[in-house]
Design a protein around this ligand. Structure first.
Ligand code: FPP
Length: 247
């Protein structure tokens, strides 16, 4: 009886899947520390967890996954950790591109890529180009991403269009802003998952998350598996989304 109840409470309803799931992958460092391992081992395991979650999203039929991999504030970490992360991103892109192509993944990087190591930028552009026609699952990876920076970037682009007479100030609306963000190709997330129990947005998609359902779990990111994603989706499916209206 209990087992049946547990199974039922984690049963995903295929008809009510979130279209777009965003994840703040937190807790890699603590996961490693708990095991007496260097922090970089947590990131390595975190990358494996992300790969599995991406595959599971595709299998479930979730159209878009967005992962926060490196924030504009993360440059303040020890130099060794930052350079490890940069080389991890590059190695993963080289290693996984073939599989992403086979699995119909369309990868897109969001953030200001220009300060990243040139060889990493090259891999990023190459993987976006090679996967741009894929339709299996849209995978946004936020690297050197900060939402405030993204909004400043959008404001400048809009202001320039106004200055050049391509846009009138009166016509600027929600859509204009959304279209000038790095995420212009994706709908707003339906579900945001943050691991490791932290209850903050950490400068992540502040505009796009306006009506997103937030799910926080104590699980540390390297331990976040398919079953954990099921639980987050079930919790999402139990929410009453009113978008500020009355039903
Ligand atoms: C946060 O945990 C994690 C990061 C800043 C890095 C996340 C990167 C990955 C999981 C690799 C993903 C790879 C690709 C290709 C996208 P933390 O270090 O802040 O953990 P802590 O709060 O426990 O210290």
């Amino acid at each position: 009886m209990t087992a049946q109840l547990i199974t039922k409470s984690t049963q995903v309803n295929q008809a009510k899947l979130p279209n777009h799931v965003a994840v703040i992958m937190d807790g890699n460092g603590r996961w490693a520390k708990q095991r007496g391992l260097p922090r970089i081992e947590g990131h390595r395991r975190g990358a494996n967890a992300l790969k599995e979650i991406l595959r599971y999203c595709k299998d479930l039929g979730i159209k878009t996954l967005t992962a926060y991999a490196f924030s504009t504030e993360n440059w303040g970490r020890p130099t060794g950790e930052v350079s490890f992360l940069m080389s991890l991103f590059e190695r993963l892109l080289q290693k996984e591109l073939k599989e992403m192509e086979a699995e119909e993944v369309c990868i897109n990087f969001i953030g200001d890529l220009t300060p990243l190591p040139p060889s990493l930028q090259q891999e990023m552009h190459h993987s976006m180009e090679r996967t741009k026609h894929n339709q299996g699952v849209f995978f946004n990876v936020a690297i050197n991403y900060g939402s405030r920076h993204e909004m400043i970037h959008a404001c400048k682009a809009i202001a320039q269009k106004v200055q050049q007479g391509e846009l009138s100030t009166d016509s600027i609306n929600d859509q204009t802003i959304s279209q000038h963000l790095y995420t212009s190709a994706s709908p707003d997330p339906d579900l945001l998952i943050r691991t490791s129990g932290e209850m903050r947005l950490s400068n992540f998609m502040l505009w796009q998350l306006a009506y997103t359902e937030i799910y926080v779990t104590e699980t540390l990111w390297p331990d976040f598996d398919n079953d954990q994603l099921d639980r987050a989706i079930v919790a999402f499916q139990q929410r009453d989304r009113r978008f500020g209206k009355v039903k």
